[in-house]
Ligand binder design. Sequence first.
Ligand SMILES: Nc1ncnc2c1ncn2[C@@H]1O[C@H](COP(=O)(O)OP(=O)(O)OP(=O)(O)O)[C@@H](O)[C@H]1O
Length: 226
Amino acid sequence: MDIVFSAATVRYGGRIALHPLDLSLTERRIGVVGLNGSGKTTMARLINGLVKPTEGTVTVGGLDTVKDEAAARGRTGFIFQNPQHQMILPILAEDIAFGLKNRGLAKAEIAERTDAVLARFGIAHLARRRVHEFSGGETQLGAIASVLVTGPDLLILDEPTNQLDLKNRTLIERTIADLPEQVLVITHDLALLESFDRVLVFSEGRLAADAPPDEAIRTYRKIAAC
Ligand SMILES: Nc1ncnc2c1ncn2[C@@H]1O[C@H](COP(=O)(O)OP(=O)(O)OP(=O)(O)O)[C@@H](O)[C@H]1O
């Protein structure tokens, strides 16, 4: 799916968080890195319309995130920094089914799709468990299943391996690598980006590099050393 930023600018109050951004993203694996507060989350939230551009436009698959807000948002799934907060219902299978019920699907199809997505991510054993008792890795997988069951074209993940131990980090890295969906990942986990098609580096609300992983990570290391 094409993601197009046209002079997209974000101000919070009077303060600029994202300077005018012109960018067209079509790759399947897109990484976003930068120091804390550099504008990464703001840029990602523009894509699913959670943040509206103060000036300029953002389109996803040709849909404007302001004018075609609902349709545009349906194209994109978002896994937030603390995904346990986005689980609405206490039991995983119910949380997964919730998004499908909202789309008016029949009971039998909801059950079938819920079972299929649980199997896809190897978490059928978690179906009846309480999401607030999950480990960090289980929470990530549960949230990914809940979001992807509705069939978005693009999945955005905000720091998905943050606070995970080495085993779970590897599990989530592999899960992301295997997703057939287009993926945009904000991360401080540079190993995750090694196989990516394109990496964007943000610095103080501006795009500082837009390159393959090796080159982008070199730029990021230089920025971080300042
Ligand atoms: N809702 C908001 N209201 C006011 N200022 C905000 C808001 N959200 C973000 N900001 C500010 O905008 C700037 C960019 O923040 P953003 O969260 O996009 O950065 P980030 O690169 O994702 O940071 P981190 O790595 O810490 O998550 C920061 O100065 C932040 O304080």
